[in-house]
Every structure is written in structure tokens, then in C-alpha cells.
Design a binder for this molecule. Sequence first.
Ligand code: ADP
Ligand code: MG
Length: 251
Amino acid sequence: MSSWLKIDNLNKHFDGVKALVDFSCSLDKGEILGLIGPNGAGKTTLFNVLTGFIAADSGSVVFCDVYLHKKPAHRIANLGVARTFQDLRLIKQISVLENVLLSFRKQPGENLANTFFRAGRCRKVEAENKDAAYSILGKAGLAEKTNSLASDLSYGQQKLLSLVCCLVSDADLLLLDEPVAGIAPAMIEQILSIITDLPKQGKSVIIIEHNLEAVRQVCNRVVFMDAGEKICEGTPQEVHNDPRVIEAYLD
Ligand SMILES: Nc1ncnc2c1ncn2[C@@H]1O[C@H](COP(=O)(O)OP(=O)(O)O)[C@@H](O)[C@H]1O
Ligand SMILES: [Mg+2]
């Protein structure tokens, strides 16, 4: 049986920089794959290619039997691929709830004809989205912050909110770029427990993270990359014990 997500021989150069070099990897449904490697290894570039933010020079990506290569970002999002960003990209001047509501994929009110001719249906979906937003904000421990401006949240809470926004897009494949970097240990546990639950909801995850302990806790499998290349792959233990990984993380 073919893999659910299959990445084959991706190459991406930026002028002289080789960001991806014959990078191949696959993911099965329900897996949580860790992607580790030093700064500049090409991890975020891989996410940019998978989500259609940039096009690879060569290689292919097949997700649920559909070629993603050269598809625009909005088509890929509609196929069920969502991501978070290292720099969060929340809308800071609006409330926590409004950030979440903007992230739902099902928004009939975005279509002007719908707002005129199917106003009842629009209101129903909006009410459903609002209920779902309250529920997920509650589970994430952000219930009391629902009406706060996103800018008033702590950095850890903002990271949690960006994860919530990614989750409500209802995507099957979630690409999380450093979800626990730079935040306090208590908040890390909260974020990791949300991530650990995702396979039970039929979701698969690729998580970029420098925190190797977090990777060990949540990932079934880990890929270590450097200078655009996959250097090794295996269980978290196997990868952590690889001399090339130890050397990179001791530097
Ligand atoms: N849009 C871009 N334009 C030019 N160079 C880029 C761009 N995106 C990434 N790079 C370069 O590609 C390499 C890999 O970057 P990146 O994928 O962000 O690494 P990582 O996420 O592993 O830290 C780096 O040398 C970076 O400077
Ligand atoms: Mg990065």
C-alpha cells in the first residue's frame, strides 16, 4: 500500500543555498513524525513546499493520491493540509475568539451570494463554528482569554492559540513549526498533550522542534536533516543515539 504522504527527491535552491537536497520521506495516517536539525537545515523550507508557499525545483509530493507539486497554497489547504508558523502570524489586534473563527475552513459567509440567499444557513454554520471555538479554547485552557486581544496573551498562550487556529481548520495533516520553542515547561506539557491526542482524531502530524525531550515524548518516528539532506531516520531513541545527531546538538 502506498504511503498517505509521500515526499520524493525534493530539491530547492535559493541562489547558492541548498535548502533541500534530494529529500525523501513518507508519513502514514495517524503518525506523528519529528523533524529535527540545526538552524538553516531546511526544515521550514520543507513545510513551505508541502503547503504550496514555495515551489520546489524538482521532486514530488503526493498526499492522499493527489500530486501537490505546483498546486497553489489555497488548493493544498482545501485538500486538508494546515500549518503553524515559527513567527505565529496571529492577528494581534483582534480577540482570541475572532482569531479562531477566522481559521475555520467552512465559512459560507465568505461568499456574498450565500449571505443574501442562504442567510439562515450562514448563521447556522457561524453558530456551530462559535460553539466549536469555545469548546476547543476551553480544552486548551484559554477559556478565560476568549475575549482578550491576542496581543494581550503571553508568548506561550499565543503559541497555544496558533495551534488551536491550526486545529479548527479541520485538516488531516498538520505541520507544526516549533510549537513549544521558547515557552515555559507547564505550557509545554499542555501543548504536547494536545498534539499527542491528534492521531485519535484521525490526524497526522509533522512537528519541527529543537526540544528533543518534547520530540521524544510525542513522536513515533524522527527524521534528522542537515544542509537540506536527510541524514538519518528512526525511532526517537535511535536518532538521539546517532553520533551525527549528538555532534550537531553538542555544537
Ligand atoms: N525565501 C528564501 N529566500 C532565500 N533563502 C532562503 C529562503 N528560505 C530559506 N532560505 C535559506 O534556506 C536555508 C534553509 O532555511 P530554513 O528552511 O528556514 O531552515 P530551518 O527551518 O531548518 O532553520 C537557510 O540557509 C535559509 O537562509
Ligand atoms: Mg525554521
